[in-house]
Write a protein that binds this ligand. Structure first.
Ligand SMILES: [Zn+2]
Length: 289
């Protein structure tokens, strides 16, 4: 045995440190997420809001923002209804989310990109390239509901916590591999890193599914027929098959899984839709000129 007790203990230090830091991160960031799920987050609401606002300004400064007109009006109408629905008692009860105060803002960017997102704290960006896929206000409510779902569920702050925990773990393991040759150590580190990244990817799929669920309940609460969500994702899937994969879909679940889950949540969503009092048919979005 090459190792003696002294060196063994020294080797344990980084592991013990990492365990302590991970424990601290978990305890400090632990909170209740949507549907009763426990989650660990890296940022509090104020930090999220300030990071979100900063990212929003950055994105807009590099984009061609449309200032007014019928398209922007239609997008703002959908955003208003969804934002209002986030405060509704029945929506909060169904999602098990706390009432949150976001400083909502929405911008429409002229771009062929099939994309939309909601930054932490409620800053929304819609790219005009996604509007033909949305087709109607209910289609737009589907994608905006999904994106707002990510923000309400603090998925960004959760991803940051996971990344930090993974990094600490990989670092500690690396430090404890002291008696390996450099080549072996690099190989083990690469494997550990890949494992950590795979864990994070798996988590991001769960986030997508959770955003679908929150989004479906949100659009229904806002008075958009949740059945339209199935049609929207079908159009989205077709749009993907026809061309190159839009950025938006690369991290999202497979079409079949998504439709099956939406159907599973549909009875819950229909109840919220009926309670919303809205009965209007989906309205075609105005054409961009
Ligand atoms: Zn998503």
């Amino acid at each position: 045995v090459e190792d003696n007790n002294g060196r063994g203990l020294v080797r344990l230090i980084p592991i013990l440190l990492a365990v302590a830091l991970i424990g601290f991160t978990v305890i400090k960031g632990c909170q209740r997420g949507p549907f009763g799920r426990r989650q660990v987050v890296k940022l509090n609401a104020a930090q999220e809001a300030s990071l979100g606002a900063q990212a929003y300004r950055e994105v807009l400064s590099k984009s061609s923002v449309i200032e007014g007109g019928p398209v922007v009006g239609a997008v703002k109408d959908v955003a208003d209804r969804l934002e209002e629905a986030t405060q509704r008692e029945d929506f909060l009860a169904a999602t098990e989310l706390k009432r949150q105060r976001f400083s909502w803002q929405v911008s429409v960017v002229r771009s062929r990109e099939v994309n939309a997102f909601c930054l932490p704290g409620g800053k929304i960006v819609v790219y005009t390239g996604i509007l033909p896929v949305c087709r109607t206000d209910a289609g737009l409510a589907t994608v905006m509901g999904h994106e707002i779902g990510h923000a309400l569920a603090h998925h960004g702050a959760e991803r940051m916590a996971h990344q930090e925990i993974a990094n600490l773990g990989v670092m500690a393991a690396g430090a404890s591999l002291g008696n390996m040759s450099d080549r072996d150590r690099v190989a083990v580190m690469q494997a550990l890193n890949a494992g950590a990244q795979f864990g994070i990817l798996k988590y991001s799929r769960n986030h997508e599914s959770e955003a679908d669920h929150v989004g479906l309940l949100l659009m229904a609460t806002a008075g958009y027929n949740p059945q339209e969500a199935v049609k929207f994702w079908e159009r989205m899937s077709r749009a993907t098959r026809e061309g190159s994969t839009p950025v938006f879909l690369r991290t999202h679940p497979t079409h079949e899984t998504r439709i099956r889950d939406l159907q599973k949540w549909m009875p819950q969503a229909m109840k919220l839709y009926k309670a919303s009092g809205y009965t209007d048919k989906p309205k075609l979005l105005p054409q961009l000129n």
